[in-house]
Every structure is written in structure tokens, then in C-alpha cells.
Design a protein around this ligand. Sequence first.
Ligand SMILES: *Cc1c(COP(=O)(O)O)cnc(C)c1O
Length: 457
Amino acid sequence: MPDDEVLHRALAHARAWRAGAPEHPVGPSAGVEEMLATFGGPLPEQGSDPAAVVDELGVGAVPGLLNIQSGRFFGWVMGGTLPAALGADWLVSAWDQNAGLRDAMPAVAALEQVAGAWILELLDLPREADVGFVTGATMANFTGLAAGRFAVLDRVGWDVHRDGLTGAPRVHVLVGAERHDTVDLALRYLGLGAPVVVAADAQGRMDPAALAAALADVPDGEPLMVCLQAGNLHSGAFDCFPELVAAAHDRGAWVHVDGAFGLWARATPRLAHLARGVEAADSWATDAHKTLNVTYDCGVAVVRDPVAVRSAMGVHASYLPDAVGPGNPYEKVPELSRRARGVPVWAALRSLGRTGVAAQVDRLAERARGIADGLAGMAGVEVLNDVVYTQVCLAVGDGRTQEVCARLTGSGEVWMSPSRWQDRDVVRVSVSNAATTDDDVRRTVAAVRAAVAGCGG
Ligand SMILES: *Cc1c(COP(=O)(O)O)cnc(C)c1O
């Protein structure tokens, strides 16, 4: 069987990579130029043995891999890899199903339907909502806002799918000052232009008084969407949903929530209070490849009103309300054909269970706390945010922040993101990998101490 050798080689390379992750340097040792030299050259005239091709990849790529699986990788917001999700992801590739069609692909349709229902239960979102599996929170934001655009225009009698946006009533969109850039990107895809920006507080939460003022500026009855946030990239802070959602709904707004990593606070009794009231919104975006630690790529688009999302995403516009059943997966996401990326979510939730997910999210937050506590007493280092969740934002005195960050990532010991927050250079630490141990926390604190000392501290 020609497959056998290829799969054996792939397994061997994958095992070597996974087994080496805890001690392998966190940063890549080779850059793109070196990788181009390894893999480039002219288009091959003749083919090669498939097993040899897999070997070429398995050996050649390693110097250029970012070790996201390391327990000391804290860059951007990137989750690790749960074993069950990895195994499931391999099967998804081996099965090679087109997950857009329900009745034709019963196994993956059922697995994704169950995964979607489990997510609604775990995050305590409306059980009647539609769940779609997309590539990430970017497309989940797009999906929720597309459903919202359809709905708010439909309410004023404008059929955006038939008549487009030219000549349509203006759709007012209000966003927080510290929203993720992909919200603006989604609005751009949707032809809605730049949003109205509502001021945020020192932790990056939308200011309720500023929202009230912005809402008052929108003429009565005009189409309106408000985009809130669960989990600020820099601080981990959550918007105050009960107050903000009620104020927005009072004005007839569609409320969308970007909860790429923060929505998972609701999976644990200890942290659920952070995202209290978020269930009253109309649509939600989250990621499975961040806090849940499912393999790339996997985002989740949740929309309360199936008619709105299926009208926006179904192949046949103007969905009939009485036709709403389980629906085809392609009616809930932008793609028609796609991989069954919800199956690794099913496997992750099956392997962790409710208590396992809660414990995982708790541990991420505890380790963020541990890092913040370790940094708090360090001369020259300032923790800038209230560490309520998985994000820690720090600065180093005497303008040494970026230098310290570069030294840290250059050391191979840890990886953190250099960033700007509220007009300051910062180093952002995102604890998003279930593999991070208490020992990793100690080593991380020690690495920061050494880097600060090395930069003249
Ligand atoms: C990561 C992130 C996104 C974008 O998600 P992708 O999975 O990269 O598409 C959007 N919003 C927030 C708050 C994020 O952290």
C-alpha cells in the first residue's frame, strides 16, 4: 500500500517535533530566505517518491518552525495543540470530506453539529443559535456582522442581497477604541466603511457613557450595529456586557461580540463572571485554535437568529423562516467547500469534558497571574494591566522595553510579542497553551530578569 510508507514517515516526523517541543528553542533558527533555499529551486521536471517528499519536509522545515507548542511561547494569542485535536485533525485529512454538505457527509456533519451544541452549552449561549466553523475569529467576526448587516437593513425594508448597498440606508457601526483590527477588516469586506469609535477606559473596556453618547448621535430608527469585546488583546479585559448590550438593544442595534479568546472564560465557574451578560448579544465570534488548543485553523461563528445568518451566508439569498431546520453547514459560513474543522473541536471537548475545559482555562489564567506576580517585584519592570485573565502586559523602565523583548525572543527560552498599548511600548504575554507548566512560569520570570539585567538594569 503506497500510503503506508508516507504515513509512517509523517508519523515519525510529527512525533519527533512534538517530543522535542518542550526543550526545542522557542524561536526559529532559520529565516524565510534560508527556508526558500531549502525548498525552492526550479519547478521539478520529474516527480519524486512521496515518502521522500515527506522526509524532505519533516527534516527541512524544522529550523524554520516557530515552536508554538512550547510551554514558554506567549506570542500573539496562539494556542497549543491538544493530543485528541491533533489526532482528529489527521483523520479529517485522511477522510477528506467536504464538510459543507449535511446529508452527503453524515459523519462529519453529525460531529460538527454535536461540537456546535457542546460549545453553546459550554459557553452558555442561546441553544437555538446557529454555529458555523470558520478559519478563525476574523471570519467569525465577518459572519456575525454579515448576519447583522442583513438583519438591520431588513428591518427598515431594504433587501441588501437584492439591491446591494448602493443607495441603501446608512448602517451605523459603533466599535470600541481597542477592538481587534479584524473587526475593521470584516466591516471593510462588508462594504460598511470605517466605524464610529467609542472611547475605552484604562483597561481597554468600552466606556458606557461614551457609548450612550454615540448611540444618542444615531438618528432614531436607522440601521445600527454595535461591536463589543470579550478579552482585550493587551489587558484581557472584558466589556461590561449587561449595561452595554442593554443600551445598544434599547436603540434597536444588532450587538456582535468579538470573543476570540475571552469567550472561553464562560467555560469555568471561576472566571465566567468576566463575561457575564454576553449571552444577551445577537452574534459572537470565537476561536477554537486559541484557548481551547485545537489545531489551526478553527474559528466559531455563533448567530442567535438562524434566518439572519442563513440569509447572509446561504447560497440562495432570502431564506424562508419556515424552512429553518438543522440546515447545511455551508449556510452558516462564508465557504461552500471546506475541511471538517469542527471535528477536532469535537475531539477536544470529548477528551477534556466540561471539567477538563474549565480546568484548562483556569490554569491559563493562573499561570498568567503567576508570571505577573513574578514580574511585579522586579526592579525596572512594570505590569501595566489588571491581570484578570490570560494576558499580561509589561513595560521596562528607561525605554528598554523593545530591547528587552528582542533579547527575550533571541534567547530561545521564551517568546513574547512586542507591541504598543495606550501610547507605550509594551511586551505582551499571552498564556494560551495548556502545556505551560509552573516550571515554565519560573523559567519565564527568570528569563525576563536575565534580559532586564542584560539591558543595563
Ligand atoms: C486573534 C483575534 C482575532 C482574529 O482571529 P483569527 O483567529 O486570527 O482570525 C480577532 N479578535 C481578537 C480579540 C483576537 O484575539
